[in-house]
Design a protein around this ligand. Structure first.
Ligand code: HEC
Length: 135
């Protein structure tokens, strides 16, 4: 018996991100801590791959894929917006999509595609985007 295509895709994507984080992290291991690589490189990869097309590579809500959207993707760098949201809200918004939190269905649901661990990583990552913005 072979696994279905969905399972294979997830496995190869996981393998790919492992390889990517190894390639990205190994040259800088002497400079950066292992923990930093384990945390931030996969988060960034995940975000760039799945979220940046709409939310923009910097998280400003200005990705290239949203030209004709009736709703602007959220700007994760705005401290006022981000401070108003709990981590639970962000987790639910990513897992269930816009409709899960009473917002636009143009925000897709990721619960089937990403693991809870990956979504928690993304919540921390988008929080870090507003933390670095001058207020
Ligand atoms: C197809 C485009 C698209 C993609 C891809 C996308 N989003 Fe969104 N996202 C949106 C839109 C549009 C909204 C705004 C919905 C609204 O305001 O009603 C949104 C809203 C959100 C919100 C709610 C923020 C708030 O202020 O209420 C979060 C959190 C979020 N996105 C995170 C993510 C993450 C993390 C990813 C990647 C896993 C992602 N999004 C991928 C379009 C997208």
């Amino acid at each position: 018996m072979r696994d279905g295509p969905g399972v294979r895709t997830t496995q190869s994507r996981n393998a790919l991100s492992l390889v990517l984080s190894f390639l990205l992290c190994s040259p800088v291991l002497a400079l950066a801590s292992l923990a930093l690589c384990a945390e931030s490189a996969p988060a960034r990869e995940l975000y760039q791959e799945n979220c940046a097309p709409c939310h923009g590579s910097q998280g400003r809500g200005d990705g290239p894929g949203v030209g004709a959207f009736p709703v602007k993707p959220a700007n994760h760098t705005d401290p006022l917006v981000m401070r108003a949201h709990t981590d639970e809200y962000l987790f639910k918004a990513i897992t269930e999509g816009g409709t899960g939190v009473g917002r636009s269905p143009f925000m897709p649901a990721w619960g089937e595609l990403l693991t809870e661990q990956q979504i928690a990583t993304l919540v921390a990552y988008i929080r870090s985007l507003s933390a670095s913005v001058q207020q």
